[in-house]
Design a protein around this ligand. Structure first.
Ligand code: KG4
Ligand code: ZN
Length: 374
């Protein structure tokens, strides 16, 4: 088995400490040390708490990733690390650890944009155990796909439409001008007393509710661009909840209806813009990544958009149909280092001169690094 191009990857962009071992698009190990319990009393991520937890968790997490992958340091060819975007104090810990490893083991560093990694995450593949075949390379995986792709990243920090001409070549076509979709779900979930993060709880509650019970407004319909805005939805929710509490009170049943309606309202905003965007370009595939991408309702609504689009372009001569690709497991949607390793695998394969950092002192965090600036 070709194990010569193994990458040790690190992600400390927000509240989870993660380390992974990857080769091409294959994930050999993906360890995530979650800090959710530490942050839940604050109802959000508390940067100094995150930094300290990353400091404590980073070395054991890396050690465990190597152990799970059954490899040792001598087999590692490069260290990939999230350079941004993310929380500056959190990014700092991952970068410092990557630099330490790079100088101790004499390895190159591949700095990665966290959004690029979410965008490419649907292309990652699981390593079968016992390995049935060679680890899948980027070349092999790209032969299975058609480009350009539209990558949709929906997480707690970002909501973006990204045109992927090819891996490494991106154009941001639309983004949320204020809160991210996950952030809106978390904030409204907090108003409903659902804890942090509330996204997964809202999905669960929504199954018991009527998604058409409350009429949630659809934002930004007067604008031709593909940007989104979720803060108005949050304000609508706050006012509505105040009204309900003042009237008959918030029963469990109403909370279920509210969760279902608000969730649908958030996703309808994304799918409304998606419908317009699909008609503007010539995408061959759609890739979905980010923590909110685990949500089955979101996936269903995006699939419906693709179905409508496919019907509108199909003709007797043209049997083309746009398909949705999602990461192979939930852990690959959330913040994780495997996606960082997979993105770095492409740069290692291309031997892109921009990919490797030799001058470690100059390598610094980029907390606001847009995918357009790669
Ligand atoms: O990608 P991620 O782990 O971290 C960021 O980069 O932000 O995403 C976390 C976000 C949180 O807002 C969380 O509430 C949301 O993803 N989330 C979900 C679900 N699982 C996680 N939102 C809706 N439905 C879910 N099942
Ligand atoms: Zn993320």
């Amino acid at each position: 088995m070709e194990l010569s191009k193994l990458i040790l990857a690190i992600d400390t962009s927000c509240d989870d400490t993660s380390a992974a071992v990857t080769s091409g698009v294959t994930v050999l190990a993906n360890i995530i040390a979650s800090q959710t319990e530490l942050h839940s009393p604050y109802g959000g991520v508390y940067p100094t708490v995150a930094k300290q937890a990353h400091q404590e968790n980073i070395e054991p997490t890396i050690k465990l990733a190597l152990k799970r992958a059954r490899v040792n340091w001598s087999q590692i060819s490069a260290v990939a690390v999230t350079q941004g975007p993310g929380l500056a104090p959190a990014l700092e810990i991952g970068l410092a650890q990557a630099k330490k490893i790079a100088s101790e083991k004499d390895l190159p560093i591949i700095p990665i944009n966290h959004l690029e990694a979410h965008a490419l995450s649907p292309l990652a593949v699981r390593r079968h155990r016992p390995p049935k075949k060679e680890l899948m390379s980027w070349a092999e995986q790209l032969a299975n796909h058609q480009l350009p792709a539209l990558a949709i990243v929906v997480s707690g920090g970002h909501t973006e439409f990204i045109r992927v001409t090819q891996p490494g070549e991106y154009e941001r076509l639309g983004y949320s001008i204020d809160d991210a979709a996950g952030e809106a779900l978390d904030k409204v979930g907090r108003l409903l007393g659902l804890g942090y993060p509330a996204g997964p709880v809202i999905e669960k509650f929504a199954k018991n509710g009527d998604e058409n019970f409350f009429k949630v407004p659809l934002p930004m319909t007067d604008r031709e661009d593909f940007n989104m805005s979720f803060s108005g939805l949050k304000t609508w929710a706050r006012n509505k909840l105040k009204e309900l509490r003042a009237a008959s009170g918030l029963t469990k049943e109403l909370i279920f209806h509210f969760a279902a309606s608000f969730q649908k309202g958030v996703f309808r905003h994304i799918s409304y813009k998606l419908d317009k965007l699909l008609l503007e370009d010539d995408f061959r595939e759609v890739w979905l990544g980010g923590g909110v991408a685990t949500n089955l309702k979101l996936r269903q609504m995006i699939r419906e958009s693709l179905k409508t689009y496919n019907k509108s372009v199909s003709s007797p001569k043209n049997s083309f149909s746009l398909r949705l690709f999602v990461p192979y497991e939930k852990r690959l949607c959330m913040d994780n280092a495997a996606m960082i390793g997979v993105a770095a695998g492409h740069k290692l394969w291309q031997q892109s001169s921009k990919a490797f950092y030799k001058n470690l002192e100059k390598l610094d965090r980029k907390p606001r690094w847009s995918i357009d600036q790669i």
